[in-house]
Write a protein that binds this ligand. Structure first.
Ligand code: PMV
Length: 312
């Protein structure tokens, strides 16, 4: 039996603008993980088993757009294997789905890692290779993803990212002083593809205004990188508030996200913003240790369906 896993992620700065070439910063959430388990079996089939959604398929019968099946076909071709057979692949995840935490990318990366270990193909464990293959599967979920989700779950490091052709700028970095983030779930599912598509329509209708908003996000993200590297939590909090305001102007916030960010700052967070595609999903708040419990309680009281904590 072979097992492997990959983490969830949060976008700290620059979502949406990153699709249009501006920088973004994202970080792994290592305690929330997707896991894949591979077992040999006597039956010739490759069984794809996802107990949490009561799904069991065989690779042979899976539809073309099945993310797990595509993951296996990509692996097979990259590893130069003529066929895959006699395998049972089980996937499980504690990353909430459709919540801006990269659950799809994490699942793909976990399966690819498990396959690379099982078939002794260490070259495929390289984060750049893992990320490239995961990106191919992300296209099913997201249409035209920027590539930040697959990058951060594959490198499992905080990443400064810019989308470029032919190669993205990927800079893993170290945070000067530990920073504590609370992640508040709205409980409203967020469909990244739909929200990204809606931003594109708005950009097409008024590109001048949207380019200005994207530029503002880019400036905020660059300043945030400096604040992260200097360990300047106060500046970082303010930049989170600023980024949230720009995202509001892009119409990707929601009453739930605005409500949770507001109560978090009122309860003592240094800053708060929506994270990911928006219109649901999650928000993040930066907290010092003395305010953590108060902010957590305030988020729960204001309707957060779950609150996670993570340290960068
Ligand atoms: O998948 P989510 O909800 O974390 O959002 C992805 C971030 C976007 O910038 C909105 C889209 C993208 O591809 O980068």
């Amino acid at each position: 039996m072979t097992t492997a896993s990959a983490p969830g992620k949060i976008i700290l700065f620059g979502e949406h603008a990153v699709v249009y070439g501006r920088p973004a910063i994202a970080a792994p959430v290592s305690q929330l993980r997707a896991t894949a388990r591979i077992e040999n079996q006597s039956s010739f089939d490759v069984d794809l088993i996802a107990p949490q959604i009561q799904r069991r398929r065989t690779l042979q019968n899976a539809p073309d757009n099945d993310p797990l099946a595509l993951t296996l076909r990509l692996f097979q071709s990259e590893a130069g294997l003529t066929f895959l057979a006699n395998l049972a692949i089980t996937v499980e995840s504690d990353i909430p789905i459709a919540s801006g935490m990269g659950s799809g990318a994490a699942l793909t990366a976990a399966v690819l890692r498990a396959l690379a270990k099982h078939f002794r193909k260490p070259a495929l464990l390289n984060p750049a290779v893992l990320s490239r293959l995961t990106y191919e599967v992300e296209k099913i979920h997201h249409g035209t993803p920027s590539g930040i989700d697959n990058t951060v779950v594959s490198y499992e490091r905080p990443i400064y990212f810019e989308r470029h052709e032919p190669e993205n700028l990927i800079e893993p970095f170290r945070v000067e002083r530990p920073l504590r983030f609370l992640i508040g779930m709205t409980g409203v599912q967020s469909q990244t593809k739909a929200v990204v598509g809606d931003v594109r329509r708005q950009w097409e209708n008024d590109s001048k205004r949207f380019e200005t908003l994207f530029d503002a996000c880019g400036e905020i993200t660059r300043a945030a990188r400096r604040a992260l590297q200097d360990g300047n939590a106060t500046a970082l909090g303010q930049l989170m508030n600023d980024n949230h305001h720009v995202l509001q102007q892009m119409t990707v916030s929601s009453p739930e996200l605005d409500g949770l960010t507001e109560v978090a700052t009122r309860a003592g967070a240094l800053g708060a913003k929506l994270s990911g595609a928006g219109r649901g999903g999650n928000m993040i708040a930066l907290v010092m240790s003395e305010a953590e419990t108060a902010v957590k309680n305030a988020l729960r009281h204001a309707g957060a369906t779950a609150v996670y904590a993570t340290t960068l």
